[in-house]
Design a binder for this molecule. Structure first.
Ligand SMILES: [Zn+2]
Length: 347
């Protein structure tokens, strides 16, 4: 077995520390990836700190994994050594094999998360991209378009697909008025992708502090939700609202911004349940929906779309040794807009 170097959480209350472990031997259908960059997703923090109550330790987080193929199994056909590839939020699923063209496998039981989970054998822990190598079944490896750099491309694998999927599913495009709630790692991808789809994008953010960025990234309008006038002025405006914030907000107020037959989609998950009044959706035949990442097929589509439109994440590069400080900064929304770990710093 190959030895991998990484950083792990060993306990919910301790900082991440250096961790050396064995990667499994590649099977015939596996791809071995030399990881170069890994994005820092807020869910890494939730899981490292056991905030969802399902954490297994030691845990090597990281599901925005970008690197170069360093070896392939004998039956691998889609990849060769040297290819630029990525791994997103899951590395296996028992039902939705991409080759069966089931493209909602992220919603089916049996999904194997890239970290904080066990492989299909039921015993081998999965360790994520805060490490210098990873071994993944060919069907769960994504191809990076040539023009997408691996560092700023890494966040597409979770943040990018999390926004692309609902924008595509609810048909954001020319003539559609779309609001993105929250201008963080997720929201800034929604602005770029939604604008490239041709939709008319408005950012709804707590303050106007990132307005210039929002307009630069493709939004037509930008409003502060701390200003009560915003909710009066924009009542009945949007076909689609994508809510990326992970803290409790008054969803009823946002539902009031939808047109008749409009849909509000939650992709951020506040910790506690929040009340929704029936009349918030009855009046105007509105829908409140949710969306989680995307299938392997759709994630590849998203990468190809981003390649075509030259879309990457705005990133701040850090060394692996800075990870604990970066976690604190993410909690203060002090990043524009995604931290990416330079895995070479592990050497
Ligand atoms: Zn994520």
């Amino acid at each position: 077995m190959a030895i991998a170097k990484g950083y792990a959480a060993t306990d919910a209350s301790k900082p991440l520390t250096p961790f050396t472990f064995e990667r499994r031997e590649p099977n015939d259908d596996d791809v071995v990836i030399a990881v170069q960059y890994c994005g820092l997703c807020h869910s890494d923090i939730h899981q490292a700190r056991n905030e969802w109550g399902n954490s297994k330790y030691p845990m090597v987080p990281g599901h925005e994994v970008a690197g170069v193929v360093s070896a392939i199994g004998s039956k691998v056909t889609k990849f060769k050594i040297g290819d630029h590839v990525g791994v997103g939020c899951f590395v296996n699923s028992c039902v939705g094999l991409p080759e069966r063209n089931v493209d909602i496998e992220q919603y089916l039981p049996g999904i194997v998360q890239t970290y904080n989970d066990v492989e299909a054998d039921g015993t081998t822990p999965t360790y994520g991209g805060y490490s210098d190598s990873i071994v993944v079944k060919e069907g769960y490896v994504l191809s990076f378009p040539e023009n997408i750099p691996l560092d700023s491309g890494a966040p597409l694998l979770c943040a990018g697909i999390t926004l692309y999927s609902p924008l595509a599913h609810w048909k954001a495009g020319p003539g559609k008025k779309v609001a993105i709630v929250g201008m963080g790692g997720l929201g800034h991808m929604g602005v770029k992708i939604g604008a490239a789809m041709g939709a008319d994008i408005t950012v709804l953010s707590q303050s106007l502090s990132k307005k210039e960025d929002g307009l630069r990234l493709g939004a037509k309008d930008y409003y502060a939700t701390s200003d009560a006038e915003t909710f009066k002025k924009l009542a009945g405006t949007f076909d689609l609202i994508i809510c990326t914030v992970g803290v409790a907000i008054d969803w009823n107020a946002y539902l009031g911004l939808l047109k008749v037959d409009g849909t509000m989609v939650l992709v951020g998950a506040p910790e506690h349940p929040a009340p929704v009044h029936a009349f918030s959706v009855i009046a105007g035949r509105k829908a409140l929906a949710g969306s989680g990442i995307g299938s392997i097929k759709e994630t590849q589509e998203m990468l190809d779309f981003c390649g075509k439109h030259n879309i990457v994440s705005d990133i701040e590069m850090i060394n692996m040794q800075d990870i604990n400080e970066a976690y604190e900064r993410v909690l203060k929304s002090d990043v524009r807009y995604r931290f990416v770990i330079d895995i070479a710093s592990l050497a």
